[in-house]
Design a protein around this ligand. Sequence first.
Ligand code: RTP
Ligand code: MG
Length: 141
Amino acid sequence: MATERTLSIIKPDAVAKNAIGEIVTRFEKAGLKVVAAKMLHLDNDKAGGFYAEHKERPFFNDLVGFMTSGPVVVQVLEGENAVATNRDLMGATNPKDAEPGTIRADFAETIDANAVHGSDSPESAEREISYFFSNDEICPR
Ligand code: RTP
Ligand code: MG
């Protein structure tokens, strides 16, 4: 299996809960390495552009409002099967449906404020990584 990269965002609710470290620990314990990281306070254009695929959905404005409500931590995670590994660690979109022990089950209460984002395919990962990081901001190790 080839090494893969995925984009993770620790969302404003989890940052506000002071859970950055606990969430990163889960990535590291699962064998994912942080190869790029930055903290940002997204504006409407940056958050809306990131979630452009959901532009026509009824929840789009709430999603952008939430993602701009406070700082986020954006990271590139690298490892075997990184996209699927991260999605498994995250749990279902709605924390009420998330398996016990997943990040969303443990740190989130609602579908709107659900603690983390993770790329949903290797193709999305490539696009999302370049949306936030230039090549010289990524440090393979
Ligand atoms: P994400 O992109 O943030 O990792 O979440 P996801 O793949 O699990 O879910 P996605 O379908 O991409 O939706 C993006 C975010 O929009 C909000 N959402 N609300 N009210 C709703 O029915 C609804 N559906 C999605 C969630 O906050 C979700 O994380
Ligand atoms: Mg998604």
